[in-house]
Design a protein around this ligand. Structure first.
Ligand code: GSH
Length: 129
């Protein structure tokens, strides 16, 4: 997820795809137009947004899971491992425009981990709510 911001910047500079006038200083006057529909820049931005939708909840759930669920260390670590691999594969599938269902499967693997942790946290702490 952290790499996707610089990757967006890389594709912006590669194709002179800037969205703000102040970013276009090096361009000729006729080329100084904001561009919001470059396929590669938008792809990386969608991938970044999808990471935010999934990794931010994972951080909160992963912490609560480790601290409150009572699950064994092995169970916790395997949830983390599967999530990390799933999200790396999701990024590779998205940025590489790999054929579906590669991206969908990696997305669902990460989602299952988040749902599994959420369910276990709720079940363990139900009486404390
Ligand atoms: N916000 C997502 C919700 C569903 C989702 O995350 N789907 C996965 C698997 S198909 C995905 O990679 N969506 C593409 C995206 O978020 O740009 C969307 O708009 O698609």
């Amino acid at each position: 997820m952290v790499v996707l911001s610089p990757l967006t910047g890389y594709f912006r500079h590669q194709g002179n795809v800037f969205s703000n006038p102040e970013d276009m200083g090096s361009l000729k006057e006729k080329d100084k137009k904001p561009i919001f529909d470059d396929p590669m820049v938008e792809r990386v931005r969608r991938c970044h947004l999808n990471d935010l939708e999934n990794i931010v909840p994972f951080i909160a759930l992963g912490l609560l899971f480790a601290l409150t669920s009572g699950a064994s260390t092995t169970t916790i670590v395997w949830h983390y491992r599967i999530f990390v691999v799933a999200r790396l594969l999701h990024t590779i599938a998205y940025i590489g425009a790999l054929p579906q269902p590669s991206r969908a499967l990696s997305f669902f693997a990460g989602l299952v981990v988040n749902v599994s942790m959420a369910v276990q946290i709720i079940m363990k702490n139900w009486n404390s709510f």
